[in-house]
Design a protein around this ligand. Structure first.
Ligand code: SER
Length: 314
């Protein structure tokens, strides 16, 4: 059967790049972009584009029927920092959207779902180094609670109704095309923009705060590899641990200084420090590597070089 993909949250950090990549693979008309509001640059650049609230099941169904959608990538979500500010809204958006899409699959309107989880499913009581797939999971943020609950629902819909839902626990994602918004790992993107523009950056995390991270190219590649894998290779239906690199603010600033020797970094930890402190420092992702062949490409050095190169061109 011909595949047609719907991206919910296509204007966000990951949605922008997944839409572009999937369109280059399947053609523009096989990938429908959607978001809650019109993209800043106007809809034409993202056409075909639909304005769509990811938590509105009926509205999604209309678009699914209009384009005969077979797969949904649900990327709309409220991230960790915003979710702490608006807990009720975050819970509503993050839960209603995944339940809506899971229901559409259960009712046979769609065949396959991608939904991202996060390192935020882990909490202060989780072992922090090389955190394994199955470990203590007691998230202390609204975002983490919503992602862990979503994981349980994904697994439940797979077990009970055979829904083909696939998920990754993304680490912090670093990219230059579209900035992230409202996350704790966002500093690792902002630092590049400020380094190039102002030559300095004040970090909202302490210099030794180690967090798991990944370059966007690797994140997109992992997502597509997971979605293309044979169904029987997907052994985990909650969400897969996924790892590439981990570093501290001090380490990334040292790496940036290799390219921009005058770059100045300062530290002024705020309320986001507590969120970062509740998450793992590094992730063990043996299951993803074994089950469907995940391999990352970028390390801190190659990622930093590429980020600076791309932003200078831009
Ligand atoms: N990048 C996310 C955040 O910082 C974590 O998944 O909220």
């Amino acid at each position: 059967m011909k595949q047609c993909i719907l991206i919910l949250g296509a204007c966000g950090q990951i949605g922008t790049e997944l839409t572009q990549k999937l369109r280059s693979m399947y053609g523009n008309h096989a990938v429908i972009a959607s978001d809650i509001r019109e993209p800043i640059s106007g809809c034409s650049s993202l056409a075909p584009f639909e304005i769509l609230d990811a938590s509105n099941k009926e509205a999604i169904l209309k678009v699914v029927q209009k384009y005969q959608i077979t797969q949904v990538y649900l990327l709309a979500a409220m991230l960790s920092v915003t979710a702490e500010k608006y807990p009720a809204e975050a819970w509503r958006l993050n839960m209603d959207s995944i339940l809506a899409v899971l229901d559409l699959a259960k009712e046979q309107h769609i065949q396959k779902i991608f939904w991202p989880s996060s390192i935020a499913v882990f909490g202060p009581s989780t072992p922090k180094i090389k955190t394994s797939q199955k470990t203590i999971m007691e998230p202390s943020t609204v975002y983490g609670i919503s992602k862990l609950s979503g994981e349980f629902w994904c697994n439940y819909y797979h077990e009970q109704y055979g829904v083909d839902v696939r998920s990754l626990r993304y680490p912090g994602i670093i990219s230059w095309k579209t900035k992230p918004g409202g996350g704790t790992t966002d500093y690792a993107v902002d630092i590049f923009f400020k380094a190039l523009k102002e030559g300095k950056y004040e970090c909202f995390l302490a210099k030794d705060t180690r967090l798991p991270m990944m370059y966007m190219e690797d994140a997109v590649q992992a997502t597509i590899a997971l979605m293309q894998a044979d169904r029987n290779r997907i052994k985990i239906r909650s969400s897969y641990n996924l790892a590439a690199i981990d570093f501290t603010p001090e380490e990334i600033s040292e790496e940036i200084k290799k390219h921009l020797p005058d770059f100045e970094m300062s530290y002024h930890p705020d309320f986001r420090q507590k969120i970062a402190d509740s998450w793992p420092q590094s992730i063990e992702d043996a299951e993803a590597r074994k089950d469907w062949g995940w391999q990352h490409e970028f390390n801190l050095e190659t990622m930093t070089r590429d980020m600076i190169h791309q932003l200078q061109k831009k």
